[in-house]
Structures are given as C-alpha cells and as structure tokens.
Design a protein around this ligand. Structure first.
Ligand SMILES: O=C(O)CCC(=O)C(=O)O
Ligand SMILES: [Fe+2]
Length: 355
C-alpha cells in the first residue's frame, strides 16, 4: 500500500494523465518517456527463503502446534517483517475473481477511469499513476496504473465492472478476519492481553484500504520504477500477485526478491504494528520493480486500526525508563500525511515518528 513514497509535488500527485496500460499497448515504445525516469538502486540478490506461516496452526486446538506457530509468526515479524501465509482459507476462486475484476477495471477506457482521478489525499476512490518527488524536488511518474479504495468501515468502489463490488466486499471482509487473528497471535507472543490491540485500536471499525497495481511491460526496466522503496501504513498488509515477479524487500541492508507460491498471501507487518509494539515488530521497506516482458498485477489490502484511533506504543512495551520510541498519531491523519509529506530518499513518515 505504497504511500511513504509520495511527495508534496508541484504537480498534483494524484493527477491522472496517462493510462499506462494504453500507452504500453498503443505505441511501440523503445524507451521510457522522460517523465517516468527514475534510476534504480542495485538489483536484488537472489531470493532467500521467507518465513512460512501456516494459518491453520495459529487457530489449532492442539496447544503445542498453536504455540509453535505463534512463536514463528512473532519471529517473522521481528526478523523479516514479511512472511508467506499458507492455509489461510480464502478460496482460490475468490482470489481469481478479484484479479479478473481488477483487470477488467484497468481495461476500461481512460475517460471512464479518469472520473476517479483524486483531488485530495482523503478521496475514498483514487485512480491514476501517481507523481512522486525526490529530495531534490524532481518529480517523476511511477510506471504503474493504480486503483486505491477505502473499503471499511465504509465501502467505496467504482460502478464498473459490475463484478468488482461483489468480489471486493467478500475479499476485504475475509482479509479483515485473517488480520484480526494475526493481531491476536502477535499479542499472545508479546504477552499482551489477547484483545488489547483490538480494544486499543478499535478493530471493529478497522480502516481498511484496497489497492490494485497494474505494471505494464516496460522497455527499459532500469529506467523506471513501479513503486520506490516505502513502508506501508496499517497493522498487516496482504499482497497477492499474478505470478510475475517484481516485489523486492529490504533485509539486513540488502534487497531480496520476494517470491510466493500460488494461492499464498504475502503478509508484512506495517507501520502501526511497529509503532504499537514500540519497535518489536518491523515495518520493512519494499519496492516494486518492472520488467520488459510481462504485465504484472498485485492486489494489496492494508488492514489498519480504526481511522479514529490514536496509535502510539502500548504501555507494557515501553522502554525500562518508560519512554516510547515513537510519537502517537491519529491513524487517518497518518495515512493522509504519508501521501503528502514524505519524499523518495528522504525520511519516511515512520522515521519522522521516531523519537
Ligand atoms: O506490487 C507490489 O509487489 C508491491 C505493492 C506495494 O508495495 C504497495 O502497493 O504498497
Ligand atoms: Fe507496499
């Protein structure tokens, strides 16, 4: 759920000028048009094995099995910040339908999509390519079309394609349930009261965002970027993709290709989980690179606290001297500030929250 990459650009960051899908389809592009130019950092090392968490074990009656899964989850959140979730119970057909509906949305005529061009950070439906500035104030456009929706506690969705509403209602609800169980498991692992996150962060009215990213093949993949390095807002982000590689994550100072098997969900601990646990869980930087052969789609759900919750470190995880490592901030303000206040290669909003 890329956000900390955005910037207070002179151009509207949300401006929808080019449907990249159309640009890539219509012209025989040999080079990346200059407005997309972004020089990538060194490419990723080969993939290392990300931790795998078996969701069915987290909810198992067998206490030993459950305790081991909770321990593994907590270790994954503290060491990698990312893990692969298997046996999560979301039907394959629902995931496929989500891809189908999303692809249909991106195939709509540009004029149809342009009605969802956002004017401000708080618009609940946003569609475009996204303009970003770096610390030298140079603005560039990301090599991706995106659709971003606020789906809970209020559900917002474009009218077309018809299928989209139905699948997103179901997919987002299932993701909320999974995220809640993961949050409980992390609370157990950190010896917090089981429902303490739920209560403190008002998860009944969890602010949940859905994003679909469409990356067409790019003639010069080293000269453009899908999404530059960023961390996500929220507690847990869920990502599924259409089988084409592109996600890279930072681990111990290196970039790794993050691959995941079909039907698994790639999960990452996000900023508010790091803040609430006073740094125990890590919200890790990641980025999306592009390739010159295949189109890539990723579907991302950011499961957050309530928009109204003021998120800061929980008291039992403060340092011995009682001081927090992070400032507190209302979640909805955090989400919207990320879209306007941080810059590529500058301090992310999460870093700005550190005391
Ligand atoms: O497309 C991807 O793999 C990354 C997407 C992402 O990080 C985001 O939408 O926040
Ligand atoms: Fe992200």
């Amino acid at each position: 759920m890329a956000s900390s990459v955005a910037a207070a650009c002179e151009r509207n960051p949300f401006e929808f000028e080019t449907s990249l899908k159309d640009l890539a389809n219509s012209s025989n592009l040999k080079a990346v048009p200059s407005k997309f130019n972004f020089i990538n950092q060194p490419t990723a090392l080969t993939s290392d094995a990300l931790p795998i968490i078996d969701f069915s074990a987290l909810t198992a009656d067998d206490t030993d099995r459950r305790s081991k899964a909770i321990h593994d989850l907590s270790k994954a959140c503290q060491e990698w910040g990312f893990f692969i979730l298997v046996n999560h119970g979301i039907p394959e057909e629902l995931m496929n339908a989500t891809f189908t509906a999303t692809r249909e949305f991106f195939s709509l005529p540009a004029a149809e999509k342009k009605q969802y061009e956002a004017k401000t950070a708080s618009d609940p439906i946003k569609c475009g390519n996204f303009n970003v500035a770096n610390t030298s104030n140079q603005v560039f456009t990301l090599w991706r079309d995106y659709l971003k929706l606020y789906v809970h506690p209020e559900f917002h969705c474009p009218h077309k394609p018809q299928l989209l509403r139905e699948v997103l209602l179901e997919y987002s609800e299932r993701c909320r349930k999974l995220a809640r169980t993961l949050v409980e498991a992390v609370s157990d692992a950190l010896e917090l009261e089981r429902n303490c996150v739920d209560e403190a962060l008002k998860l009944d009215s969890s602010f949940q965002m859905f994003a679909a990213n469409f990356y067409p093949p790019c003639p010069e993949p080293d000269q453009a970027i899908g999404i530059p390095p960023h961390t996500d807002p929220g507690l847990f982000t869920f990502l599924i993709h259409n089988g084409v590689a592109g996600l890279q994550i930072e681990h111990n100072g290196h970039w790794f290709n993050a691959n995941s098997p079909r039907n698994a969900i790639l999960v990452n601990a996000a900023d508010q989980l790091e803040i609430f646990t006073n740094g125990r869980c890590k919200s890790v930087k990641h980025r999306a690179v592009v390739n010159n052969e295949k189109e890539r789609i990723s579907i991302v759900v950011a499961n957050g606290p309530s928009g109204e919750a003021v998120v800061g470190p929980t008291s039992s995880l403060l340092r011995k001297d009682g001081r927090p490592f992070y400032r507190s901030m209302k979640y909805v303000e955090y989400v919207e500030s990320q879209l306007t206040k941080s810059r590529v290669d500058g301090k992310s909003l999460l870093e700005q929250q550190m005391i």
